[in-house]
Write a protein that binds this ligand. Structure first.
Ligand SMILES: O=C(O)C1=C[C@@H](OP(=O)(O)O)[C@@H](O)[C@H](O)C1
Ligand SMILES: C=C(OP(=O)(O)O)C(=O)O
Length: 447
C-alpha cells in the first residue's frame, strides 16, 4: 500500500476531447510473464503494463532464476527466457508481491508445483487480504502451506511438487482462485476441474493454449486442464491489449463532462471484462464500438464515448464479476447521475486493495454525495455536482484515487485526494493521459 501522494482534481474546465491509448491489460500482463517463464523457449511480450504490480510478478521470476530482458525504458516490451515447468530455482529471499493480489494468488498455484520451499509476502494492504481461498485448494492437491491465521494471511510459505488433480468448486466468483487452481493443475497427476459460482475473466483459459497447453470449457461452465507437462513459447510475439479497467476511468469522465467526445483506442472487450460497458450503457451512457479486431485470443475495439445524461439503475448481479474493478468509478458516475443506483451481491469489493464499498462511501460522502453503504453494495442517489474543497482519502488504493479524480471533474471546486500514489500499481501514466484529454487533475507537487 503506497501511502502518500496527493492529487488535486477538478472541476473540468471544458469538454474532454481526444483519442487515447491506455496501457496494457494488468491481468494479461501478469499471466504472460508467468507462462513465458514456465515455457520452454524465448517469449517476447509487447504491450506489457509497466505498473508496480506487474513488475513485481516479473521480479519474482527473476528471483527464481529466469532471465528477463526489458526491451525499452518504459518496460512495455520484454523478452523472457523460459526455464520450463520444472526449471525454477529456489529464491534466496522472500518473494514480494507488493500490492498485487493477482500476483500472489496465481503464484500460489505455481509455487505449489515446486519441490523447493518459498515464502511470499506483500505490502500492508496485501497482508490483510484473504489467501485461504487459494491456500485451501492447493493444500487439497497435496502442497504444504503455512502462514498466519492458518495460512490465510501473508507471509505464507509454500512447498509441493507433483500434485493430485482435484475438482475445485469455488465458493467465490474469482478469476484469481480459478487461475491458481488451473496453474497448479499444470503440475497435477490427472485432469483438474474448476467450477465457479458465476463466470469470471477467462484470460488464463485463453492464454494457456497459446503456450501449447489446451484448456477445456464445457457448456455447463466446468473448466478442465489435462497437463501436457510442458509449456512452449509461442512462435510470434505475445501482444497485450489495452486495459478496459483503465479505460473505464476516462469513459466515465467523458460521460460526466458536458460536450465531451473521447475515443479509447483498441481496448479489450472480452465479455468477461465488459461488464462496465453493459452497466454504463444501461445508465444511458453513449458508448459506440469502432474497429473491432482481435489481439491474440482477445477481442478489442475502439470505444467512442460522448457525454450523456446518465441515470441510476439496478445492477444485474450477473454483471458484477465482469465489472468488479470498475465499481469505484461506476459509483462516481452514479453519484452524478439522475435517480437511484443500486448495487447488490458485490461483497467481494470489501476485500480488494481497500474495502472499496466503505472507501468510496467515505470519499464520495466527504464530497457531498448521497451514498448509503450496504453490506454487499450501495445505494446512491445522484446529485448535479459534488462539493469543492473536500479532502478525501484514497487509502493507498489506486482505483479509489482515480475514481475520485474522475468524480471531481463535476465538483464546484477542487477536491484533494490523499494517499493516491498507489496509482502507479496499475496505471503509471494516468495523470498525463487524463490531462491530455482535458481533465483537470495534477499531483500536488507538480508545477
Ligand atoms: O485474475 C485477475 O487478473 C483479477 C481478478 C479479479 O480479482 P478476483 O479474482 O479476486 O475477483 C480482479 O479484481 C483483479 O484486479 C484481477
Ligand atoms: C483488485 C485489483 O487487483 P489485485 O487483486 O491484483 O490486487 C485491482 O486492480 O483492482
Amino acid at each position: 500500500m503506497e501511502i502518500g501522494g496527493t492529487l488535486i482534481a477538478g472541476p473540468a474546465k471544458g469538454p474532454l476531447y481526444g483519442e487515447i491509448t491506455v496501457p496494457g491489460d494488468k491481468s494479461m500482463s501478469h499471466r504472460s510473464v508467468m507462462l513465458a517463464s514456465l515455457a520452454d523457449g524465448i517469449t517476447e511480450i509487447h504491450g506489457f503494463l509497466p505498473g508496480d504490480d506487474n513488475v513485481a510478478t516479473a521480479q519474482m521470476f527473476i528471483d527464481m532464476g529466469v532471465k528477463i530482458e526489458w526491451l525499452n525504458d518504459k518496460k512495455t516490451a520484454l523478452r523472457v527466457y523460459g526455464v520450463g515447468l520444472h526449471g525454477l530455482k529456489k529464491p534466496e529471499a522472500m518473494l514480494d508481491a507488493g500490492n498485487a493480489g493477482t500476483c500472489v494468488r496465481l503464484m500460489t498455484g505455481i509455487l505449489a508445483g515446486q519441490e523447493f520451499e518459498s515464502t511470499v509476502t506483500g505490502d500492508a494492504s496485501l497482508r490483510k487480504r484473504p489467501m485461504k481461498r487459494v491456500v485451501d485448494p492447493v493444500r487439497s492437491m497435496g502442497a504444504t502451506v503455512t502462514g498466519n491465521d492458518d495460512g490465510n494471511l501473508l507471509p505464507i510459505t509454500i512447498s509441493g511438487g507433483k500434485l493430485n488433480a482435484i475438482h475445485h468448486v469455488s465458493e467465490v466468483a474469482s478469476a484469481q482462485v480459478k487461475s491458481c487452481v488451473l496453474l497448479a493443475g499444470l503440475y497435477a497427476n490427472g485432469v483438474t476441474l474448476v467450477n465457479e459460482p458465476k463466470p469470471t475473466r477467462d484470460h488464463t483459459e485463453r492464454m494457456l493454449p497459446l503456450f501449447g497447453q489446451p484448456v477445456d470449457v464445457a457448456v455447463d461452465g466446468t473448466i478442465s486442464i489435462f497437463p501436457n507437462n510442458r509449456l512452449t513459447a509461442p512462435e510470434g510475439v505475445v501482444d497485450i491489449p489495452a486495459d478496459p479497467s483503465s479505460a473505464c476511468f476516462f469513459a466515465v469522465a467523458a460521460s460526466l463532462v458536458d460536450g465531451s467526445d473521447v475515443t479509447l483506442k483498441s481496448i479489450g472487450i472480452n465479455p468477461r471484462r465488459d461488464g462496465w460497458r453493459r452497466v454504463m450503457s444501461d445508465m444511458g451512457a453513449s458508448l459506440t464500438l469502432e474497429n473491432e479486431a482481435k489481439v491474440g485470443e482477445e477481442p478489442v475495439a475502439d470505444v467512442r464515448v460522448r457525454s450523456g445524461g446518465l441515470h441510476g439503475m439496478h445492477v444485474d448481479p450477473n454483471d458484477v464479476p465482469d465489472a468488479i474493478d470498475e465499481f469505484p468509478v461506476i459509483f462516481a458516475a452514479a453519484a452524478l447521475a439522475d435517480g437511484e443506483f443500486v448495487l447488490e451481491d458485490a461483497e467481494e469489493l470489501r476485500v480488494k486493495e481497500s474495502d472499496r464499498i466503505s472507501a468510496m462511501a467515505d470519499a464520495l460522502s466527504a464530497a457531498g454525495a448521497d451514498i448509503e453503504e450496504r453490506p454487499d453494495g450501495a445505494v446512491i442517489r445522484g446529485l448535479a455536482s459534488l462539493k469543492g474543497g473536500a479532502e478525501v482519502d484514497a487509502l493507498g488504493d489506486h482505483r479509489i484515487a482515480m475514481a475520485m479524480a474522475v468524480a471531481a471533474q463535476r465538483a464546484d471546486g477542487e477536491i484533494r485526494i490523499h494517499n493516491a500514489a498507489a496509482i502507479a500499481t496499475s496505471f503509471p501514466n494516468f495523470v498525463a493521459l487524463a490531462q491530455s484529454i482535458g481533465m483537470n487533475v495534477r499531483w500536488q507537487d507538480e508545477v
